[in-house]
Design a protein around this ligand. Structure first.
Ligand SMILES: CC(=O)SCCNC(=O)CCNC(=O)[C@H](O)C(C)(C)COP(=O)(O)OP(=O)(O)OC[C@H]1O[C@@H](n2cnc3c(N)ncnc32)[C@H](O)[C@@H]1OP(=O)(O)O
Length: 129
């Protein structure tokens, strides 16, 4: 896994973009880390599913740190980069960046490595081409 760094621009391809909503906050009004992880899982799953040409399941997530809080109304962008493709597994690095509507000065929120496994209709692993 790559270290979280201060790279000023996102690495990878934009896979998912959404807005942090009031319903995504905890009782203190801060965005849940779990909500962010869910967006990352979705983004990585889209990328892995396209690469696998079908159904994938998340099998592992490694080394995440949250660098900065996310405010309600922030535009949340998940960028994905396929790191490695194994027999059935696809390792995807997912970065999360936030901006306002103007898309200026994106701020990196977190990064994590997600491992997906290509599975068949019965939930058994299948080889990725
Ligand atoms: C519980 C949940 O709801 S979590 C959210 C959704 N995810 C799921 O439901 C997935 C639940 N897990 C599963 O169903 C099973 O673990 C499966 C089908 C994904 C994989 O089954 P396994 O018996 O582990 O398969 P297997 O040992 O052959 O591993 C498959 C691949 O995953 C990789 N892998 C398995 N565990 C890990 C891990 N912890 N970290 C990294 N890679 C892993 C293996 O190296 C292998 O890669 P390769 O085929 O490219 O060489």
């Amino acid at each position: 896994m790559r270290d979280i760094d201060d790279t000023p621009m996102p690495t990878g391809d934009l896979a998912l973009q959404t807005i942090a909503m009031p319903a995504d906050t905890n009782a203190d009004g801060d965005i849940f880390g779990g909500w962010l992880m869910s967006q990352m899982d979705l983004a990585g799953g889209i990328t892995a599913g396209r690469r696998a040409g079908g159904r994938v399941a998340t099998v592992a997530v490694t080394g995440m740190a949250f660098l900065t809080p996310v405010a309600v109304g922030a535009v949340v962008s998940c960028y994905t980069d396929i790191i490695e493709v194994g027999r059935s597994s696809i390792r995807v690095n997912v970065e999360v960046w936030v901006t306002g509507y103007d898309e200026e000065d994106p701020v990196k929120v977190t990064e994590g490595e997600f491992v997906f496994v290509a599975i068949d209709d019965n939930g058994r692993t299948r080889a990725v081409d």
